[in-house]
Design a protein around this ligand. Structure first.
Ligand SMILES: *[C@@H]1O[C@H](CO)[C@@H](O)[C@H](O)[C@H]1NC(C)=O
Ligand SMILES: *[C@@H]1O[C@H](CO)[C@@H](O)[C@H](O)[C@H]1NC(C)=O
Ligand SMILES: *[C@@H]1O[C@H](CO)[C@@H](O)[C@H](O)[C@H]1NC(C)=O
Ligand SMILES: *[C@@H]1O[C@H](CO)[C@@H](O)[C@H](O)[C@H]1NC(C)=O
Ligand SMILES: CC(=O)N[C@H]1CO[C@H](CO)[C@@H](O)[C@@H]1O
Length: 483
Protein backbone atom coordinates (compact mmCIF):
# COMPACT_ATOMS: atom_id res chain seq x y z
CA UNK A 1 0.00 0.00 0.00
CA UNK A 2 1.48 3.26 -1.07
CA UNK A 3 0.99 5.73 1.73
CA UNK A 4 1.64 8.91 0.03
CA UNK A 5 3.81 11.41 1.73
CA UNK A 6 5.10 14.35 -0.14
CA UNK A 7 7.88 15.46 -2.30
CA UNK A 8 9.04 18.69 -0.80
CA UNK A 9 9.37 21.10 -3.64
CA UNK A 10 12.31 22.85 -2.10
CA UNK A 11 15.72 23.41 -3.35
CA UNK A 12 18.24 21.98 -0.92
CA UNK A 13 20.77 24.26 -2.57
CA UNK A 14 19.26 27.22 -0.75
CA UNK A 15 19.79 25.55 2.60
CA UNK A 16 20.87 27.10 4.58
CA UNK A 17 21.62 13.47 47.81
CA UNK A 18 21.62 11.61 50.14
CA UNK A 19 24.23 11.94 52.75
CA UNK A 20 23.07 11.99 56.27
CA UNK A 21 25.21 14.22 58.31
CA UNK A 22 25.89 12.51 61.63
CA UNK A 23 23.94 14.04 64.41
CA UNK A 24 25.79 16.99 65.73
CA UNK A 25 27.90 15.43 68.54
CA UNK A 26 27.92 17.15 71.87
CA UNK A 27 31.54 18.30 71.69
CA UNK A 28 32.35 18.91 75.42
CA UNK A 29 31.61 15.24 76.19
CA UNK A 30 33.64 13.69 73.46
CA UNK A 31 37.11 12.51 74.32
CA UNK A 32 40.22 13.40 72.49
CA UNK A 33 40.28 10.36 70.19
CA UNK A 34 36.70 10.88 69.23
CA UNK A 35 37.59 14.43 68.28
CA UNK A 36 40.20 13.11 65.93
CA UNK A 37 37.73 10.72 64.47
CA UNK A 38 35.27 13.57 64.20
CA UNK A 39 37.74 15.74 62.37
CA UNK A 40 38.34 12.90 59.99
CA UNK A 41 34.62 12.48 59.43
CA UNK A 42 34.25 16.19 58.79
CA UNK A 43 37.22 16.19 56.45
CA UNK A 44 35.84 13.23 54.55
CA UNK A 45 32.42 14.82 54.40
CA UNK A 46 33.82 17.98 52.88
CA UNK A 47 35.82 15.93 50.42
CA UNK A 48 32.71 13.98 49.51
CA UNK A 49 30.80 17.20 49.01
CA UNK A 50 33.46 18.56 46.72
CA UNK A 51 33.49 15.38 44.68
CA UNK A 52 29.73 15.45 44.55
CA UNK A 53 29.60 18.93 43.14
CA UNK A 54 32.44 18.47 40.73
CA UNK A 55 31.16 15.19 39.45
CA UNK A 56 27.43 15.33 40.06
CA UNK A 57 25.61 12.05 39.64
CA UNK A 58 23.57 11.88 36.48
CA UNK A 59 19.99 12.66 37.21
CA UNK A 60 18.69 12.34 33.71
CA UNK A 61 17.03 9.26 32.29
CA UNK A 62 18.22 6.44 34.54
CA UNK A 63 20.27 3.70 32.99
CA UNK A 64 18.09 0.70 33.41
CA UNK A 65 20.04 -2.45 33.18
CA UNK A 66 17.41 -4.56 34.75
CA UNK A 67 13.78 -4.54 35.52
CA UNK A 68 12.69 -2.82 38.67
CA UNK A 69 16.27 -2.06 39.62
CA UNK A 70 16.46 1.58 38.93
CA UNK A 71 19.73 3.18 39.72
CA UNK A 72 19.06 6.80 40.02
CA UNK A 73 19.89 9.34 42.63
CA UNK A 74 16.68 11.24 42.25
CA UNK A 75 13.54 9.53 43.31
CA UNK A 76 11.32 8.89 40.35
CA UNK A 77 7.66 9.48 40.87
CA UNK A 78 5.43 6.46 40.39
CA UNK A 79 2.48 8.49 39.26
CA UNK A 80 2.31 10.66 36.16
CA UNK A 81 3.96 13.97 36.81
CA UNK A 82 3.87 17.33 35.11
CA UNK A 83 7.45 18.09 34.22
CA UNK A 84 8.92 21.47 33.48
CA UNK A 85 6.08 23.77 34.48
CA UNK A 86 3.89 23.43 31.39
CA UNK A 87 0.32 24.38 32.11
CA UNK A 88 -1.81 23.41 29.14
CA UNK A 89 -5.29 24.61 28.36
CA UNK A 90 -7.08 22.40 25.84
CA UNK A 91 -9.55 24.15 23.54
CA UNK A 92 -12.93 22.50 23.44
CA UNK A 93 -13.27 22.87 19.67
CA UNK A 94 -16.49 22.29 17.82
CA UNK A 95 -16.49 18.57 16.89
CA UNK A 96 -16.14 19.28 13.18
CA UNK A 97 -12.44 20.02 13.86
CA UNK A 98 -11.61 16.72 15.53
CA UNK A 99 -13.85 13.92 16.83
CA UNK A 100 -16.64 14.83 14.40
CA UNK A 101 -14.32 14.07 11.47
CA UNK A 102 -14.10 10.45 12.63
CA UNK A 103 -17.73 9.80 11.72
CA UNK A 104 -16.58 9.69 8.15
CA UNK A 105 -13.57 7.44 8.87
CA UNK A 106 -13.89 5.41 5.66
CA UNK A 107 -13.09 8.61 3.74
CA UNK A 108 -10.44 10.24 5.91
CA UNK A 109 -7.68 9.02 3.67
CA UNK A 110 -8.01 8.69 -0.06
CA UNK A 111 -5.92 5.51 -0.04
CA UNK A 112 -7.19 3.54 2.93
CA UNK A 113 -10.12 3.01 5.26
CA UNK A 114 -9.09 4.74 8.46
CA UNK A 115 -11.82 3.23 10.68
CA UNK A 116 -9.63 0.51 12.22
CA UNK A 117 -6.85 3.08 12.68
CA UNK A 118 -8.83 5.76 14.51
CA UNK A 119 -10.07 3.19 17.07
CA UNK A 120 -8.78 3.34 20.67
CA UNK A 121 -8.10 7.08 20.50
CA UNK A 122 -5.84 6.58 17.50
CA UNK A 123 -3.81 3.69 18.89
CA UNK A 124 -5.57 1.46 16.36
CA UNK A 125 -6.30 -2.23 16.71
CA UNK A 126 -4.79 -4.09 19.61
CA UNK A 127 -2.20 -6.72 18.63
CA UNK A 128 -2.59 -10.08 20.24
CA UNK A 129 0.62 -11.76 19.19
CA UNK A 130 3.30 -9.58 20.70
CA UNK A 131 4.33 -11.73 23.64
CA UNK A 132 4.08 -10.44 27.19
CA UNK A 133 2.19 -7.23 28.01
CA UNK A 134 -0.03 -7.83 25.04
CA UNK A 135 -2.48 -5.09 25.97
CA UNK A 136 0.16 -2.46 25.16
CA UNK A 137 0.73 -3.26 21.49
CA UNK A 138 -1.33 -1.80 18.69
CA UNK A 139 -1.24 -1.72 14.90
CA UNK A 140 -0.85 2.06 15.03
CA UNK A 141 -1.11 3.95 11.73
CA UNK A 142 1.92 6.03 10.84
CA UNK A 143 0.02 9.32 10.42
CA UNK A 144 -2.15 9.25 13.55
CA UNK A 145 0.06 10.89 16.20
CA UNK A 146 -2.33 13.88 16.38
CA UNK A 147 -5.12 11.72 17.83
CA UNK A 148 -2.87 9.99 20.35
CA UNK A 149 -1.39 13.34 21.35
CA UNK A 150 -4.90 14.69 21.95
CA UNK A 151 -5.95 11.68 24.04
CA UNK A 152 -2.74 11.96 26.08
CA UNK A 153 -3.06 15.70 26.72
CA UNK A 154 -6.71 15.34 27.79
CA UNK A 155 -5.62 13.20 30.75
CA UNK A 156 -2.22 14.81 31.20
CA UNK A 157 -1.06 16.03 34.63
CA UNK A 158 0.01 19.33 32.97
CA UNK A 159 -3.55 20.05 31.81
CA UNK A 160 -5.32 23.02 33.35
CA UNK A 161 -9.00 23.96 33.03
CA UNK A 162 -8.21 27.53 33.92
CA UNK A 163 -7.03 29.54 30.92
CA UNK A 164 -5.79 32.27 33.26
CA UNK A 165 -3.15 29.86 34.57
CA UNK A 166 -2.28 28.35 31.23
CA UNK A 167 1.04 29.02 29.53
CA UNK A 168 0.15 26.84 26.54
CA UNK A 169 -3.07 26.63 24.55
CA UNK A 170 -3.50 23.38 22.68
CA UNK A 171 -5.72 23.46 19.63
CA UNK A 172 -6.68 19.80 19.08
CA UNK A 173 -7.39 19.98 15.36
CA UNK A 174 -7.09 16.67 13.48
CA UNK A 175 -5.43 18.50 10.61
CA UNK A 176 -3.67 15.47 9.18
CA UNK A 177 -6.84 13.44 8.90
CA UNK A 178 -8.58 16.41 7.36
CA UNK A 179 -5.76 16.96 4.86
CA UNK A 180 -5.67 13.33 3.75
CA UNK A 181 -9.42 13.34 3.21
CA UNK A 182 -9.06 16.23 0.75
CA UNK A 183 -5.98 15.28 -1.25
CA UNK A 184 -8.10 14.84 -4.36
CA UNK A 185 -10.24 17.93 -3.89
CA UNK A 186 -9.58 20.04 -6.95
CA UNK A 187 -11.43 23.11 -5.67
CA UNK A 188 -8.77 24.75 -3.52
CA UNK A 189 -11.26 26.90 -1.62
CA UNK A 190 -13.07 23.73 -0.61
CA UNK A 191 -9.78 21.92 0.19
CA UNK A 192 -8.70 24.69 2.55
CA UNK A 193 -12.14 25.43 4.01
CA UNK A 194 -11.87 23.73 7.42
CA UNK A 195 -8.34 25.02 8.04
CA UNK A 196 -9.43 28.58 7.28
CA UNK A 197 -12.53 28.16 9.45
CA UNK A 198 -10.37 26.93 12.36
CA UNK A 199 -8.09 29.93 12.23
CA UNK A 200 -11.03 32.34 12.04
CA UNK A 201 -12.54 30.57 15.07
CA UNK A 202 -9.27 30.90 17.00
CA UNK A 203 -8.87 34.58 16.29
CA UNK A 204 -12.26 35.21 17.86
CA UNK A 205 -11.21 33.56 21.12
CA UNK A 206 -10.32 35.92 24.00
CA UNK A 207 -7.17 33.92 24.77
CA UNK A 208 -5.79 34.41 21.33
CA UNK A 209 -5.52 38.12 21.91
CA UNK A 210 -3.47 37.90 25.09
CA UNK A 211 -0.31 36.95 23.23
CA UNK A 212 -1.48 37.12 19.60
CA UNK A 213 -1.61 33.33 19.52
CA UNK A 214 2.05 32.91 20.40
CA UNK A 215 1.21 30.54 23.28
CA UNK A 216 -1.09 28.51 21.02
CA UNK A 217 -0.06 25.27 19.33
CA UNK A 218 -1.21 22.58 16.96
CA UNK A 219 -0.04 18.96 16.86
CA UNK A 220 -0.22 17.33 13.45
CA UNK A 221 0.21 13.67 12.55
CA UNK A 222 1.27 14.33 8.96
CA UNK A 223 4.25 16.07 7.45
CA UNK A 224 4.37 19.87 7.16
CA UNK A 225 4.44 19.51 3.36
CA UNK A 226 0.78 18.46 3.49
CA UNK A 227 -0.14 21.87 4.90
CA UNK A 228 2.14 24.12 2.87
CA UNK A 229 0.76 24.25 -0.64
CA UNK A 230 3.00 26.13 -2.97
CA UNK A 231 1.88 27.94 -6.02
CA UNK A 232 3.40 26.91 -9.27
CA UNK A 233 4.76 23.54 -8.10
CA UNK A 234 3.13 20.16 -8.51
CA UNK A 235 -0.14 19.97 -6.67
CA UNK A 236 0.08 16.89 -4.50
CA UNK A 237 -3.06 17.69 -2.52
CA UNK A 238 -1.71 19.93 0.24
CA UNK A 239 -3.84 22.57 1.89
CA UNK A 240 -2.73 26.01 3.07
CA UNK A 241 -2.98 25.66 6.89
CA UNK A 242 0.66 26.32 7.74
CA UNK A 243 0.88 29.18 5.26
CA UNK A 244 -1.96 31.17 6.91
CA UNK A 245 -0.50 34.31 8.49
CA UNK A 246 -2.00 33.82 12.00
CA UNK A 247 -0.46 30.33 12.15
CA UNK A 248 2.98 31.96 11.90
CA UNK A 249 2.43 33.22 15.47
CA UNK A 250 1.61 29.70 16.72
CA UNK A 251 3.85 26.69 17.30
CA UNK A 252 3.24 23.64 15.19
CA UNK A 253 4.24 20.17 16.29
CA UNK A 254 4.53 17.85 13.31
CA UNK A 255 6.09 14.49 12.49
CA UNK A 256 8.12 16.24 9.77
CA UNK A 257 9.00 19.89 9.74
CA UNK A 258 10.05 21.91 6.76
CA UNK A 259 13.77 22.36 7.50
CA UNK A 260 13.93 25.63 5.55
CA UNK A 261 10.65 27.42 6.15
CA UNK A 262 9.45 25.78 9.34
CA UNK A 263 10.92 28.01 12.01
CA UNK A 264 7.73 27.67 14.08
CA UNK A 265 7.57 23.91 13.39
CA UNK A 266 8.93 21.34 15.85
CA UNK A 267 9.39 17.66 15.06
CA UNK A 268 7.58 15.11 17.19
CA UNK A 269 7.99 11.34 16.84
CA UNK A 270 5.87 9.25 14.55
CA UNK A 271 3.97 6.80 16.69
CA UNK A 272 5.29 3.24 16.77
CA UNK A 273 3.29 0.25 18.08
CA UNK A 274 4.16 0.16 21.79
CA UNK A 275 1.84 2.08 24.14
CA UNK A 276 2.63 0.82 27.64
CA UNK A 277 0.49 1.62 30.67
CA UNK A 278 3.12 0.90 33.30
CA UNK A 279 6.81 1.61 33.78
CA UNK A 280 7.44 -2.08 34.37
CA UNK A 281 6.33 -2.91 30.85
CA UNK A 282 8.73 -0.32 29.48
CA UNK A 283 11.64 -1.55 31.58
CA UNK A 284 10.93 -5.16 30.60
CA UNK A 285 10.91 -4.23 26.91
CA UNK A 286 14.18 -2.31 27.19
CA UNK A 287 15.69 -5.31 28.94
CA UNK A 288 14.53 -7.58 26.14
CA UNK A 289 16.08 -5.29 23.55
CA UNK A 290 19.42 -5.29 25.41
CA UNK A 291 19.42 -9.08 25.43
CA UNK A 292 18.22 -9.52 21.86
CA UNK A 293 20.43 -11.63 19.63
CA UNK A 294 21.35 -9.74 16.52
CA UNK A 295 22.70 -12.08 13.86
CA UNK A 296 22.45 -9.47 11.07
CA UNK A 297 24.78 -6.54 10.71
CA UNK A 298 22.06 -4.45 9.06
CA UNK A 299 18.61 -4.56 7.60
CA UNK A 300 16.32 -2.60 5.36
CA UNK A 301 12.56 -2.56 5.28
CA UNK A 302 11.00 -0.66 2.42
CA UNK A 303 10.08 -0.59 -1.22
CA UNK A 304 11.61 1.02 -4.26
CA UNK A 305 10.43 4.44 -5.38
CA UNK A 306 10.22 5.55 -8.92
CA UNK A 307 10.92 8.92 -10.36
CA UNK A 308 11.97 10.71 -7.19
CA UNK A 309 15.53 11.90 -7.23
CA UNK A 310 15.71 11.96 -3.42
CA UNK A 311 14.67 8.33 -3.30
CA UNK A 312 17.29 7.15 -5.80
CA UNK A 313 19.38 6.09 -2.85
CA UNK A 314 16.58 3.69 -1.92
CA UNK A 315 17.00 1.58 -4.99
CA UNK A 316 20.75 1.45 -4.38
CA UNK A 317 20.16 0.40 -0.76
CA UNK A 318 17.80 -2.37 -1.78
CA UNK A 319 20.35 -3.61 -4.30
CA UNK A 320 23.21 -3.52 -1.80
CA UNK A 321 21.15 -5.21 0.92
CA UNK A 322 20.00 -7.96 -1.44
CA UNK A 323 23.60 -8.60 -2.46
CA UNK A 324 24.99 -8.71 1.07
CA UNK A 325 24.96 -11.85 3.20
CA UNK A 326 25.00 -9.63 6.28
CA UNK A 327 21.83 -7.69 5.44
CA UNK A 328 18.25 -8.74 6.02
CA UNK A 329 15.85 -7.27 3.48
CA UNK A 330 12.11 -7.01 3.98
CA UNK A 331 10.92 -5.67 0.68
CA UNK A 332 7.65 -3.85 0.48
CA UNK A 333 5.53 -4.17 -2.58
CA UNK A 334 2.07 -3.16 -3.56
CA UNK A 335 -0.87 -4.44 -1.57
CA UNK A 336 -0.72 -6.36 1.69
CA UNK A 337 2.79 -7.27 2.64
CA UNK A 338 4.75 -8.38 5.68
CA UNK A 339 6.33 -4.99 5.82
CA UNK A 340 3.10 -3.56 7.24
CA UNK A 341 2.88 -6.26 9.92
CA UNK A 342 4.21 -4.73 13.14
CA UNK A 343 5.40 -8.12 14.34
CA UNK A 344 7.38 -8.78 11.18
CA UNK A 345 8.87 -5.30 11.13
CA UNK A 346 10.04 -5.53 14.73
CA UNK A 347 11.33 -9.08 14.21
CA UNK A 348 13.66 -7.92 11.48
CA UNK A 349 14.81 -4.87 13.43
CA UNK A 350 15.42 -6.68 16.72
CA UNK A 351 17.72 -9.08 14.82
CA UNK A 352 19.95 -6.37 13.37
CA UNK A 353 22.63 -4.07 14.71
CA UNK A 354 21.84 -1.33 12.18
CA UNK A 355 18.63 -0.33 10.44
CA UNK A 356 18.85 1.66 7.22
CA UNK A 357 16.54 4.67 7.02
CA UNK A 358 16.38 5.81 3.42
CA UNK A 359 14.23 8.81 2.60
CA UNK A 360 11.05 7.90 0.76
CA UNK A 361 8.31 10.20 -0.39
CA UNK A 362 9.51 12.70 2.17
CA UNK A 363 12.63 12.94 4.31
CA UNK A 364 11.35 11.30 7.48
CA UNK A 365 10.04 7.81 8.16
CA UNK A 366 8.04 6.16 10.91
CA UNK A 367 10.58 3.38 10.56
CA UNK A 368 13.17 5.52 12.39
CA UNK A 369 11.05 5.20 15.53
CA UNK A 370 10.33 1.50 14.99
CA UNK A 371 14.09 1.08 14.76
CA UNK A 372 14.74 2.87 18.06
CA UNK A 373 11.99 0.79 19.69
CA UNK A 374 13.80 -2.32 18.47
CA UNK A 375 17.16 -1.15 19.83
CA UNK A 376 18.51 -1.02 16.29
CA UNK A 377 20.96 1.80 15.55
CA UNK A 378 19.50 3.92 12.71
CA UNK A 379 21.58 4.68 9.63
CA UNK A 380 20.62 7.91 7.90
CA UNK A 381 21.25 9.10 4.35
CA UNK A 382 19.87 12.63 4.74
CA UNK A 383 20.31 15.09 7.61
CA UNK A 384 16.59 15.81 7.33
CA UNK A 385 15.49 12.28 8.22
CA UNK A 386 16.18 13.02 11.91
CA UNK A 387 18.95 15.55 12.67
CA UNK A 388 17.10 18.66 11.53
CA UNK A 389 13.78 17.29 12.80
CA UNK A 390 13.67 15.95 16.34
CA UNK A 391 15.98 18.13 18.41
CA UNK A 392 13.77 17.79 21.49
CA UNK A 393 14.03 14.01 21.36
CA UNK A 394 17.42 12.92 20.08
CA UNK A 395 20.89 13.68 21.48
CA UNK A 396 22.64 16.71 20.01
CA UNK A 397 25.56 14.60 18.81
CA UNK A 398 24.25 12.33 16.04
CA UNK A 399 27.27 10.02 16.38
CA UNK A 400 26.11 8.86 19.79
CA UNK A 401 23.01 7.12 18.44
CA UNK A 402 23.21 6.89 14.66
CA UNK A 403 25.40 6.47 11.61
CA UNK A 404 25.36 8.92 8.73
CA UNK A 405 26.14 7.71 5.23
CA UNK A 406 26.40 10.28 2.48
CA UNK A 407 23.77 9.88 -0.17
CA UNK A 408 26.15 9.19 -3.01
CA UNK A 409 28.73 7.30 -1.06
CA UNK A 410 30.52 5.16 -3.54
CA UNK A 411 31.61 2.79 -0.81
CA UNK A 412 29.38 -0.06 0.07
CA UNK A 413 27.22 0.38 3.13
CA UNK A 414 28.36 -3.00 4.46
CA UNK A 415 31.95 -1.82 4.39
CA UNK A 416 31.16 1.37 6.30
CA UNK A 417 29.19 -0.47 8.96
CA UNK A 418 31.58 -3.39 9.40
CA UNK A 419 34.40 -0.97 10.23
CA UNK A 420 32.58 0.23 13.34
CA UNK A 421 34.15 -1.51 16.36
CA UNK A 422 31.90 -3.69 18.52
CA UNK A 423 32.30 -1.53 21.62
CA UNK A 424 31.04 1.49 19.69
CA UNK A 425 28.04 -0.40 18.40
CA UNK A 426 27.30 -1.49 21.96
CA UNK A 427 27.52 2.09 23.17
CA UNK A 428 25.27 3.44 20.45
CA UNK A 429 22.74 0.68 21.04
CA UNK A 430 22.69 1.47 24.75
CA UNK A 431 21.94 5.12 23.92
CA UNK A 432 19.22 4.09 21.49
CA UNK A 433 17.58 1.81 24.06
CA UNK A 434 17.69 4.59 26.66
CA UNK A 435 15.78 6.75 24.13
CA UNK A 436 12.85 4.34 23.85
CA UNK A 437 10.71 5.93 26.61
CA UNK A 438 11.22 9.39 25.12
CA UNK A 439 9.94 8.49 21.66
CA UNK A 440 7.05 6.37 22.94
CA UNK A 441 3.45 7.54 23.20
CA UNK A 442 2.28 5.88 26.41
CA UNK A 443 -1.28 4.63 26.64
CA UNK A 444 -3.54 7.65 27.23
CA UNK A 445 -5.08 5.87 30.24
CA UNK A 446 -1.71 5.02 31.82
CA UNK A 447 -1.74 5.89 35.51
CA UNK A 448 1.40 4.21 36.83
CA UNK A 449 4.03 5.46 34.51
CA UNK A 450 7.11 7.36 35.62
CA UNK A 451 9.20 7.94 32.49
CA UNK A 452 8.83 10.99 30.32
CA UNK A 453 7.17 9.99 27.08
CA UNK A 454 7.00 11.85 23.76
CA UNK A 455 4.12 14.05 24.96
CA UNK A 456 5.86 14.92 28.26
CA UNK A 457 9.02 15.88 26.39
CA UNK A 458 7.13 17.93 23.82
CA UNK A 459 5.08 19.85 26.39
CA UNK A 460 8.12 20.60 28.53
CA UNK A 461 10.24 21.77 25.60
CA UNK A 462 7.41 23.75 24.05
CA UNK A 463 6.57 25.53 27.28
CA UNK A 464 10.21 26.55 27.63
CA UNK A 465 10.28 27.66 24.02
CA UNK A 466 7.08 29.70 24.25
CA UNK A 467 8.19 31.39 27.45
CA UNK A 468 11.42 32.47 25.87
CA UNK A 469 9.51 33.62 22.79
CA UNK A 470 7.30 35.81 24.92
CA UNK A 471 10.33 36.90 26.94
CA UNK A 472 8.22 37.36 29.99
CA UNK A 473 8.45 35.62 33.33
CA UNK A 474 5.42 33.44 34.01
CA UNK A 475 4.11 35.52 36.90
CA UNK A 476 4.06 38.61 34.79
CA UNK A 477 2.02 36.87 32.12
CA UNK A 478 -0.81 36.26 34.56
CA UNK A 479 -1.20 39.94 35.28
CA UNK A 480 -1.67 40.62 31.60
CA UNK A 481 -4.85 38.65 31.36
CA UNK A 482 -7.45 40.34 29.29
CA UNK A 483 -10.96 40.24 30.70
C1 LIG B 1 -9.55 4.88 28.58
O1 LIG B 1 -10.50 4.72 29.61
C2 LIG B 1 -11.84 5.13 29.22
C3 LIG B 1 -12.73 5.06 30.48
O2 LIG B 1 -12.56 3.85 31.14
C4 LIG B 1 -12.34 4.20 28.11
O3 LIG B 1 -13.62 4.59 27.71
C5 LIG B 1 -11.37 4.34 26.93
O4 LIG B 1 -11.75 3.46 25.90
C6 LIG B 1 -9.93 4.04 27.36
N1 LIG B 1 -9.04 4.39 26.25
C7 LIG B 1 -8.38 3.47 25.56
C8 LIG B 1 -7.54 3.97 24.47
O5 LIG B 1 -8.40 2.28 25.83
C1 LIG C 1 -15.27 25.86 -4.65
O1 LIG C 1 -15.71 25.62 -3.32
C2 LIG C 1 -16.32 26.78 -2.71
C3 LIG C 1 -16.56 26.44 -1.22
O2 LIG C 1 -17.05 25.15 -1.06
C4 LIG C 1 -17.58 27.13 -3.45
O3 LIG C 1 -18.20 28.27 -2.84
C5 LIG C 1 -17.23 27.43 -4.90
O4 LIG C 1 -18.40 27.66 -5.63
C6 LIG C 1 -16.48 26.27 -5.53
N1 LIG C 1 -15.98 26.67 -6.81
C7 LIG C 1 -16.21 25.96 -7.87
C8 LIG C 1 -15.62 26.46 -9.11
O5 LIG C 1 -16.83 24.90 -7.84
C1 LIG D 1 1.09 38.00 15.28
O1 LIG D 1 1.96 38.65 16.22
C2 LIG D 1 2.21 40.04 15.91
C3 LIG D 1 3.13 40.61 16.97
O2 LIG D 1 4.35 39.92 16.95
C4 LIG D 1 0.91 40.82 15.88
O3 LIG D 1 1.19 42.13 15.48
C5 LIG D 1 -0.06 40.17 14.91
O4 LIG D 1 -1.29 40.85 14.94
C6 LIG D 1 -0.25 38.72 15.27
N1 LIG D 1 -1.14 38.09 14.31
C7 LIG D 1 -2.36 37.70 14.69
C8 LIG D 1 -3.18 37.12 13.58
O5 LIG D 1 -2.81 37.77 15.83
C1 LIG E 1 26.18 13.52 -5.41
O1 LIG E 1 25.49 13.26 -6.62
C2 LIG E 1 24.95 14.41 -7.22
C3 LIG E 1 24.17 14.03 -8.45
O2 LIG E 1 24.07 12.67 -8.59
C4 LIG E 1 26.11 15.34 -7.59
O3 LIG E 1 25.61 16.50 -8.19
C5 LIG E 1 26.86 15.72 -6.33
O4 LIG E 1 27.96 16.51 -6.65
C6 LIG E 1 27.33 14.46 -5.63
N1 LIG E 1 27.93 14.86 -4.35
C7 LIG E 1 29.08 14.34 -3.93
C8 LIG E 1 29.59 14.81 -2.56
O5 LIG E 1 29.71 13.54 -4.58
C1 LIG F 1 19.03 -9.78 38.68
C2 LIG F 1 17.68 -9.54 38.06
O1 LIG F 1 16.84 -8.79 38.58
N1 LIG F 1 17.44 -10.15 36.89
C3 LIG F 1 16.21 -9.98 36.14
C4 LIG F 1 16.48 -9.06 34.95
O2 LIG F 1 15.33 -8.98 34.11
C5 LIG F 1 14.87 -10.22 33.62
C6 LIG F 1 13.77 -9.98 32.63
O3 LIG F 1 12.60 -9.46 33.21
C7 LIG F 1 14.45 -11.13 34.79
O4 LIG F 1 14.03 -12.37 34.29
C8 LIG F 1 15.66 -11.33 35.68
O5 LIG F 1 15.27 -12.11 36.84
Amino acid sequence: MAFRKHPPTVNPGTERDKYTKDKEPNIPFVNFQFKHALSLVIFLSIWFFLLFFWFPPKTTQPHLHNDSKITTTTKSPTMPTCYGGASVYVYDLPPEFNLGLLKDCPHLNVYTDMCPHVANSGLGQQLSDMGPSTSSWFATHQFIAEMIFHARVEKHPCRTWDPVRANLFYVPFYGGLYASSKFREQNLTARDALAVKLINYLREQPWWERHHGKDHFLALGRTAWDFMRTTGGTDFGANCLLNLPPVQNMSVLTVERNPWKGSNQHGIPYSSYFHPSTSDEMVAWQHRMRQSERPHLFSFIGGPREGLEKAAVRNEIIKQCAESTRCELLKCGKGASQCHEPKEVLKVMTRSHFCLQAPGDSFTRRSTFDSVLAGCVPVFFSPHTAYSQYEWFFPGDPNTYSVYVRGNATRRIEEVLSEIPAYKIERMRSTVIDLIPTITYVHPNASHYRFRDAVDVALQALSKHVQSKLRLPMKKQKTLVSS
